[in-house]
Design a protein around this ligand. Sequence first.
Ligand SMILES: [Zn+2]
Length: 411
Amino acid sequence: MPIDNRAARVRDQIEMLASVSEHHQYVQRTFCSLAAKLANDMVSGWMHAAGLKTRVDNMANLRGVLPGNNPQGRVFVMGSHLDTVIDAGKYDGPLGVLLAIDQAARLEAGSLPFDLEVIGFSDEEGVRYHSSYLGSSVVAGCFDQEQLSLKDAKGVSMQQAVEKFGGDVTKLSKDQIPKDKFLGYFEAHIEQGPVLEEKNIPVGVVQTINSQERVEIKVQGVPGHAGTTPMMIRKDALAGAALMIAEVEQLAQKDHENMVATVGKVDVFPGASNVIPGNVNFTLDLRSPNYERLSTFSKKLQQIFSGITQKRGLTYSWNLIKTNKSTPCDDQLTQILSEAISQAGYPVQALTSGAGHDAVAISNLGPVALMFIRCKNGISHHPDEFVATEDIGAAIKVCDVFFDKLSQQMQ
Ligand SMILES: [Zn+2]
């Protein structure tokens, strides 16, 4: 099938998948939701049509295998995630899964010297349980079982959600790809940034994925009557948290090594206009290309938080949700990808990724490569997220050469 037609098919699939949502006004597919089930059904149909043998594993990942020509051969994985943020765009995640299915459709069963496994991961964004890479960490064998007791906003534990979806939490380890069977991982993903657009290039090669730390901060004060508690004796958790949040921004602004820090969610308790806030919980998201630098930043912030809370008679806790070191992409796979981009007729643009991706978790198994695709104005996690059909075509062209080269080298 000509590349233009394949790009148009991927575009149609993107549109159809975007209609599968938990919400009738916008795109939202969270871990183990009904929308996630419907999305798995829809994408599984496309996998089937592409000649893949499909199944949903115990962590709700959708997986399809195109067997290679060696029954004892290893497995090469291409995929991305099918979950989304709230009020999401259509491309973040699904585009990488659909490009992988497009490759499987092009390649004949038995034509590759390895099995090709296409995976639509069940949770990368971490919306429901505030813990990302749930799907890929099971495939990579680095899933932390304690997370099964985490509860969502409605009090449903992860274990309950997985079981309701049809998974068996006692069998998660069976869904891991054995390390000695794993050949490598390739992910295509939208850039979620402005570099490719600025340079007017459709695709880029990621060298490193930034380190990241996710923390939940709980500030405890004393609630009181807004009318009768004198200012001097108040222990206002929100006034303290506001200062802490301002420090997060200031400290990151002073860093000249691309450190970024964000407070994206604040909950105030009891949350009434006439009550002094007794408790405030807020999230903290720290990222840097340099893990040591991120750790230093994190320690400095904890010192500052201690100073602010002590001065105001408050207490606080620093609950580390997740930490990831920076993930370097594999030299050999990245070399093949760079050559593929060049052969497809595009300049080779190296990038670092400020966002985390499933490739981070999968790197526990072995080599990973990551290709970025230009998105309009660098906008992502928003309904305006957009990738031009020609750029989807460019990505397809690169993937074709990438797999042809890979299969030659792995003979
Ligand atoms: Zn993504």
